[in-house]
Design a protein around this ligand. Structure first.
Ligand code: GDP
Ligand code: IMO
Ligand code: MG
Length: 430
């Protein structure tokens, strides 16, 4: 019997999901993306070579593994082709292993233009999106006017639907945002050409996964973004436009929820956020700058500096509930190596009371004051440590304390960006 594992981010994204997916791919037959789009940036460091993936699943550097983009992902064809070409240029076999759902909604150039105009018009209220058209593309999906990959197979119908969609977008661009429209005819021509390269990759993903599962294959589902960016459960409206929690692995691939056996929550040993919105444990002092510098906290997609703060066990408790997290993988432990003391947020103080889960009214997030517990640091390098018992005692204590606070096990620890820098306490596929 195979095992299906879902990997999700439990914070605001960039927890190190890509690295962990790559690592676990050596035991999987297929890696599946199920939500988000090329707003994601997943970094792999293998033999000193860095690869940043946006749409293509992080299993692509393992020969022979299927890499699947499920129906929940919004696809920008030029970005997908550019990513394929980049990998092929580096000698990676992509096209015989990459498979894409016919039901993926397309991100059009006008979605990107609308995303950017809207952000500009929002001024100080801007969300700080990645400017990739994610929000407008998911809006059109909910409004039932998306073009989907399946539409590429009928060029006449495709042109008609593309024209109708872009007409509407151009109306908004010109008359609401006073911006330049996008050339519809040129887009039709370009996209029909791109379609020829994409069509051979389009499959019935749910049927394919159902068969793999029935054949006893191990499946690895790769989340993008993080729980606090979830459209329903995150810090709305400062969120992305998809469900980033584990349930989306089912709806975004077509394999039902009872087919998921284990959910690995990825959590950084501290917290980061890129873009606007509440962040109770954010540090504005030298400590914040230290974490940003040592952790090299710059966005993998936009290059923006990431905001940094202490570990937030309160938000994590909610993430564990939202995604039925089985166990944690704590990443970037090594970034804390030089610290004298380390803080963990164990409660939020709000209106004089201390709470151990976040407020259900997300508007109150801004008013939460973190309550910290302090632990001693270890002041020695943990980079590349591969055995739990080889960690300095205060680092072991820190990890044990995290487990006690949130009451689930830490099955993995990442001790550096490279593929081999890990402690595997219990292998998720065992
Ligand atoms: P993702 O979006 O969740 O896949 O994460 P990103 O790739 O955007 O950001 C994580 C960054 O941290 C990348 O630059 C990784 O190479 C790096 N990284 C991952 N794990 C570790 C670790 O344990 N230690 C250190 N120092 N860096 C790590
Ligand atoms: P990975 O998969 C971190 C953030 C943006 C912004 C908000 C909405 O690498 O963890 P969007 O473009 O999605 O409409 O932006 O979500 N965001 C991410 N932050 N990591 C990501 O992906 C993100 N994808 C989107 O910064 O605050
Ligand atoms: Mg990232």
């Amino acid at each position: 019997m195979g095992k299906s594992i879902v990997i999700i981010g439990t914070q605001w994204g960039d927890e190190g999901k890509g690295k962990v997916v790559d690592l676990l791919t050596d035991r999987a037959a297929a890696v599946i993306r199920f939500q988000g789009g090329h707003n994601a940036g997943h970094t792999l460091l293998i033999d000193g070579r860095k690869t940043v993936l946006h749409l293509i699943p992080s299993g692509i550097l393992h020969d022979g593994v299927d890499c699947i983009i499920g129906n929940g992902v919004v696809v920008h064809l030029p970005s997908l082709l550019e990513e394929i070409d980049g990998l092929v240029g580096n000698g990676v076999a992509v096209t015989d292993r990459l498979k894409i759902s016919a039901a993926c909604p397309l991100i059009l150039p006008t979605h990107i233009a609308l995303d950017r105009c809207r952000e500009r018009a929002s001024g100080r209220q801007a969300i700080g999106t990645t400017g990739r058209g994610i929000g407008p593309a998911y809006e059109d999906k909910a409004a039932r006017r998306s073009l989907r990959l399946s539409d590429l197979f009928d060029s006449e119908a495709f042109n008609a639907r593309l024209t109708a969609a872009m007409d509407l977008h151009n109306f908004m661009l010109q008359h609401y945002y006073h911006a330049e429209p996008v050339d519809i005819d040129a887009t039709c021509d370009e996209w029909m050409q791109m379609a020829e390269r994409i069509k051979p990759l389009v499959i019935d993903v749910a049927g394919y996964l159902g068969k793999l599962r029935a054949d006893g294959a191990n499946l690895l589902f790769e989340g993008a973004q993080g729980t606090l960016l979830d459209i329903d459960h995150g810090t709305y409206p400062y969120v992305t436009s998809s469900n980033t929690t584990a349930g989306a692995a089912a709806t975004g691939s077509g394999l039902g929820p009872l087919s998921i056996d284990y959910i690995l929550g990825i959590v950084k040993a501290y917290t980061t956020r890129v873009g606007a919105g509440p962040f109770p444990t954010e540090l504005f002092d030298d400590m914040g700058r230290h974490l940003a510098k040592v952790g090299a906290e710059f966005g993998a997609t936009t290059g923006r500096p990431r905001r940094c703060g202490w570990f937030d066990a309160v938000a994590l408790r909610r993430a564990i509930i939202n995604s039925s997290v089985s166990a944690l993988c704590v990443t970037k432990l090594d970034v804390l190596d030089a610290l004298d003391t380390i803080k963990i947020c164990i409660g939020y103080r709000l209106d004089g009371e201390v709470y151990d889960v976040p407020p259900h009214l997300v508007g109150r997030y801004e008013d939460c004051e973190p309550v910290y517990e302090e632990l001693p640091g270890w002041r020695t390098s943990t980079v590349g440590v591969t055995e739990f018992d080889r960690l300095p005692a205060p680092a072991r204590r820190y990890l044990e304390r995290l487990q006690e606070i949130v009451n689930i096990p830490v099955d993995m620890v990442s001790t550096g960006p490279a593929r081999g820098d890990n402690i595997i306490v219990r292998h998720p596929f065992d």
